[in-house]
Ligand binder design. Structure first.
Ligand code: OSB
Ligand code: MG
Length: 369
């Protein structure tokens, strides 16, 4: 197939609740929605860069620049025989995985639609619902955190992840455990600690945590191996795994026992699937993380999560946890059993709400046709 037209839109959406992590606080999501047209079909993807270079070095501005000047010209009007071809087309551009993802996901959506199959089936996934967890940011007080967790537990979420940072860790986790003794609970430090903190992580071993995510350097896999050797709680890597090679290195070094896979972080679904397969071969479970995507990126995350080695609930929550009104209609909803149903229409199976998309678009650019 040949992509005839590419449309980029920068979108800004207010978050229903500010999201605070060890690197800062966001009240709004900024993201790039990608629309690809080909043979009368429309494919969608999302580059959920966020506002500043905090989680990743990428921002909406760098995505726009790299897509406009380097990625779109490589994709437009080229013969693509399968979605894996996009990896080769984009390979000369080093890094910039979030920028690549929106375009790459759009290609997957087109191929699945052309095959008349839901993206989940097209990827080889068999689940018709996926287990949904929720990521809870740092709050002003422990009481507020307990209230927020309580509300998510009441809604039925299958597990809760809380963000930690120095000064908001052991005591907070202890309070959460006291109040919710049976909750499937995990932590995410977003790189806020160092190897000097081994004793702190050994104390956290006492709270029956599913895992601790990215405790150390954002680009480290060596110190994480040293930490993992000293604690019982499984280490899960997020920021450190940006290519399939990083996953292999982390497995060989013993840097983690679980991997968080986000299409945005690794450059799209091709790399996500490779990391999934590699972890499966080595007996490491994976789960799907998130970047506060709108319903468009979320639909891709839902489809990806249907692959068999996604064995733990992901940060793939209902639309309402992020946005008052999502870009897709109907929005993603949480079932009472803590799952999200996998759409059964062709491709991403989600219908873009064009009015909502127009209302949230702050700039757009069309290439081709
Ligand atoms: O570290 O997993 C993270 C959100 C933005 C950037 C990084 C992270 C997160 C989350 C929430 O934890 C994921 C989500 O619910 O989309
Ligand atoms: Mg994380």
């Amino acid at each position: 197939m040949r992509i005839e037209r590419v449309e980029l839109r920068e979108v800004r959406m207010p978050l229903v609740h500010p999201f605070e992590t060890s690197f800062g606080r966001e009240t709004e999501q900024r993201t790039i929605v990608v629309r690809l047209d080909c043979e009368g079909l429309v494919g969608y993807g999302e580059s959920a860069a966020g506002i500043g270079p905090w989680y990743s070095y990428e921002t909406v501005e760098t995505c726009w620049h790299v897509q406009t000047d380097f990625l779109v010209p490589r994709l437009l009007d080229r013969e693509i025989s399968e979605p894996a071809d996009v990896v080769g087309l984009f390979a000369p551009v080093r890094g910039h995985n979030i920028a690549k993802t929106g375009l790459e996901e759009g290609v997957w959506d087109l191929f699945a639609k052309r095959a008349g199959e839901p993206l989940a089936r097209f990827l080889g996934g068999e689940k018709d619902r996926i287990e949904s967890g929720v990521s809870v940011g740092i709050q002003a007080t422990v009481a507020e955190l307990l209230d927020r967790i309580g509300a998510f537990v009441d809604q039925g979420y299958a597990r809760v992840k809380i963000k930690i940072k120095p000064g908001w860790d052991v005591d907070v986790v202890e309070a959460v455990r006291d109040r919710f003794p049976d909750l499937r609970l995990m932590l995410d430090a977003n790189s806020a600690y160092s190897l000097d903190d081994v004793a702190l992580f050994q104390r956290l071993d006492g709270f029956d945590l599913m895992m601790v995510e990215q405790p150390l350097g954002h680009d480290d896999i060596v110190d994480h191996a040293k930490l993992q050797a000293e604690i019982r709680t499984p280490v899960c890597l997020d920021e450190s795994i940006v290519t399939p090679a990083h996953a292999r290195w982390a497995i060989e070094l013993g840097s983690c026992r679980i991997v968080n896979i986000k299409p945005g972080r690794v450059g799209g679904l091709n790399a996500a699937i490779r990391i999934h397969d590699l972890c499966q071969e080595h007996g490491l479970p994976v789960w799907c993380g998130g970047l506060l995507e709108t319903g468009i990126g979320r639909a891709h995350n839902v489809a990806l999560s249907t692959l068999p080695n996604f064995r733990l609930p992901g940060d793939v929550s209902a639309s309402a946890r992020y946005y008052e009104r999502d870009l897709v209609d109907p929005p993603f909803e949480l079932n009472p059993d803590g799952t999200i149903s996998v759409p059964d229409g062709p491709g991403i199976g989600a219908t873009v709400d064009e009015n909502r998309l127009d209302d949230c678009t702050v700039r757009s650019r069309i290439f081709g046709a």
